[in-house]
Design a protein around this ligand. Sequence first.
Ligand code: SF4
Length: 393
Amino acid sequence: MTNLVQLKRPAHSVAVAAEPDEETRTVVMNFLEGRRTLSRDELRDNDITRYQVTKFYQEQIRKSGYFEQLKHIVEPSLQEFQSPGRLDTSGEGDNTVVPGLQHKYKQTGLLLVTDRCASYCRYCFRKRIVGKTSDEIAPDYWEVAEYIRAHPEMNNVLLSGGDPFVLSTEKLHRIMDHLLPIPHLTSIRFGTKTIAFYPPRFADPELPGLFERILKAGKTPLIVTHFDHIGEISEEAENNIKKLRGVGVQFLNQSVLLGKVNDDPKILADTFQKCHSIGTQPYYLFQGRPVKGASHFQVPLRRGVEIVREVNQRLAGIQKTFKYIMSHYTGKIEILDLGDDNRLYLRYHQCKHVEKIGKMFSRPYREGAYWLDDLTDDTQVVHRPEYISAVAS
Ligand code: SF4
């Protein structure tokens, strides 16, 4: 519980730029473009994510030397009012099987355990949930466990939200009470950006006991860190990752390709090299999603492919363990290349329809496309040999 309380204390967190005026129902908020007074209705109608940044992260991004890039992660912009898109781009609502549990891919359960984070990312694809009181958070873990028990094909669960590490270690134990007795679950994964926003959370002396308990139950504990930029990787984060690796936790890292933040091959290659060296293996680089209020972060697919090519040219084989992924309504799609024939080549990495997994397909590329839906489906399905000859020709 200690760390949750710490996260709420001004000494550790919450540089709140919003000053609410109860009488006028207005809020004064600092945007990158300047200070504005807005009505609460305007904020709500535009789904503007609340502003909250830990003091730790503010200091980290200032001393990193990358403030001009990293400020875009947490500082609000007026562009949020003009960015078109949807609030649920990957069909999370459609894949919710019991409140708080999504079952989109056969082997994986996605559990929303909280609607809170240590700080709020302006590009978050769960803007509809984070920093609000959401009814998408699991209210009943007994019901969740019943569903998982009835689905032996599900072998792993990802705890997400929000960020599971804003919950107390005690609360995480109570969730484990429900999950660990399920025999067919072989791994328990935690997705977190608290390791960037407030790494002292991972120095909690009670935390190793949680992971030891998971290991004793015969499951693999994994933490998926979320570093988008080398400037976010603090010494404290590095030390805590090393310590938890020592008790048997496996670490992977996922990043989002973000305009103005990390759409630079050198930055991304440096980030992945650093992740590799501290023991959190680069895993996914996500194409930014067309999220309402956050689509201004998206990078065109042509530029994304060029960046990924150059990142790979800069990395040793053991460091290029990431896939460039579009988390689409239809599944997780690996973005492979833009061919000389001006077609974008893709492959399903995960899909609800398992027969599609591993199959390559392509779309004629259109300049300025950011997402699969921006490309016309001319229904050409291409398998590997044809792809190779198409690219070679
Ligand atoms: S920490 Fe994760 S869930 Fe929270 S706002 Fe950032 S991206 Fe969204």
